[in-house]
Design a protein around this ligand. Sequence first.
Ligand SMILES: N[C@@H](CCC(=O)N[C@@H](CS)C(=O)NCC(=O)O)C(=O)O
Length: 229
Amino acid sequence: MSIVFYDLMGRDGRNFSPYCWRTRLALAHKGLAIEHRGTPFTAIRDVGDGGFKTVPIIEDGGKIMAESFAIAQYLEGEYPDAPSLFGGAAGEGLCKFLHSWTNSVVHPGIADLVLLDIYDHVCDQDRDYIRASREKIFGKPLEDVQAGRENRVAGFRAALHPLRLTVRGQTFLGGGQPNYGDYIVFGAFQWARAISDFRLLEDDDPIFGWFQRVAGLYDGLGQNAPGYY
Ligand SMILES: N[C@@H](CCC(=O)N[C@@H](CS)C(=O)NCC(=O)O)C(=O)O
């Protein structure tokens, strides 16, 4: 039986949630069949018993759950014979660091470079909600948040240097093979690729090479999804 996967959906079938990409790749890594359900922001409250506030959400048999890291832990425990997402307890611990670093450094760094582009790619039913909720968080109009990004992108690229040094010397964050850590960080860049033609990374940046390697996994799951490059 397939696992039902509730994935954020934007205009033109664009799936742009960084957290949902983590789960989508984790499901593919485990080789699990999914039933993909594209879900606009304002439809998340209709999933399950109505108590969920965020996607990803998965439904596996009788169980339904949210929170990307908890989902990865669940998949690892429930499907131990499929390829491991963490490679053991030490790997899981390091993935928690990548989860925190991506959420607190990489996501905020990207958000103010592409916030207006995100708004331009949400479903019609989500437009008012996204403008109001994001302008409340940022304290100014979306246009003003994104303005001047050409001058700010160099600072964002510089902050990624530890990632650059790592993927210059090894194929994946997981080493020779990808693990959940790759999917955590990949989701952030795939988020931007899905909704913006503004280039966060230069073509010759080792991080861009790594991004393309992860995008090519599982028959090009990331690369074949709608996006700008
Ligand atoms: N801690 C959650 C965060 C998930 C999250 O923030 N998802 C966003 C989409 S990228 C969401 O559903 N937002 C709902 C909203 O803003 O109303 C996780 O790791 O799954």
